[in-house]
Design a protein around this ligand. Structure first.
Ligand SMILES: [Zn+2]
Length: 266
């Protein structure tokens, strides 16, 4: 931490995550992580101090994602039930990842139940290589399923991806996402995407790791409930190459646990 970063960290220590990040949010890129203060030091153009650091949470947050999944504690913990229906997909190149989401999100009824809480599946996207590491291993890719409780609460389900048999749902994403890296482009289609087919057999009762973390992209919002499954899914080497042709290196660096205890169900 530089002096400058310490100063702005002090200034922003009472800032909450949903402070102004609006239409004028500044752009960022993965290489910014190498700069002092990382994404937290990116200044906004039109907001006065101390709010001119709209991504401050990325630097001063203490419950950030991703993390190394190594030291875990087996404990009774809420399980996950996936009630994911197929949906007509909008294949979205966000500028940072390729993503599949329902063309009609309000009409989509696919839900993820965590304990008694029901979340709606809103989108699935890919990082390569993986963001989490598992016992020090970084996988070829990682898929994130973002689920929204409707009151700001988020659960993200992470699946590790390694090389093996090709994956037909990933292929749909590769085939139908507009290839304009760095330029957000939607491609709403009539193609039916079946997110449940991405889950390894028995995923709901499979071994997972859970902890409280954040979004892995600016504004790095905390309070995100993470479930990362131990069993990886596979894509072919050709699919990995095609994925990397969109984005190669769209992963955030590992973050400190700062006292958090990762929990596992098995
Ligand atoms: Zn992600």
């Amino acid at each position: 931490m530089s002096l400058k970063n310490n100063l702005f960290a002090l200034a922003l220590s009472t800032m909450i995550w949903h402070s102004p990040v609006h239409a004028d949010e500044p752009s960022w890129n993965y290489a910014d992580q190498d700069q002092p203060g990382g994404w937290g030091a990116i200044e906004g153009a039109e907001t006065p101090p101390p709010y001119n650091y709209p991504y401050a949470e990325c630097a001063i947050g203490e419950k950030q994602t991703p993390v190394e999944i190594g030291n875990v504690r087996k404990t009774p913990v809420n399980g996950v039930t996936f009630n994911w229906q197929p949906f007509r997909a909008d294949f979205y190149n966000t500028g940072y990842a390729i993503q599949a989401q329902p063309v009609a999100p309000d009409a989509y009824s696919g839900t993820t139940k965590v304990g008694r809480d029901s979340y709606r599946l809103v989108q699935a996207h890919l990082h390569s290589p993986s963001e989490h590491t598992l016992n020090g291993k970084r996988y070829d890719a990682e898929m994130h399923f973002v689920n929204d409780r409707g009151d700001g609460g988020l659960t993200v389900v992470g699946l590790m991806i390694e090389l093996g048999r090709p994956n037909e749902q990933v292929q749909l994403m590769l085939d139908n996402t507009v290839n304009t890296p760095g330029s957000p482009t939607h491609n709403p289609t009539r193609i039916v995407f079946e997110p449940k087919k991405l889950l390894p057999r028995g995923t709901g009762s499979g071994k997972f790791f859970t902890y409280s973390g954040s979004l892995t992209t600016p504004p790095c919002t905390e309070g995100v409930n993470w479930y990362v499954y131990e069993k990886p899914i596979t894509i072919s080497s050709g699919q990995l190459s095609a994925l990397k042709a969109f984005y190669d290196g769209n992963y955030r660096y590992l973050q400190q646990l700062n006292g958090r205890q990762l929990m596992t169900n098995k």
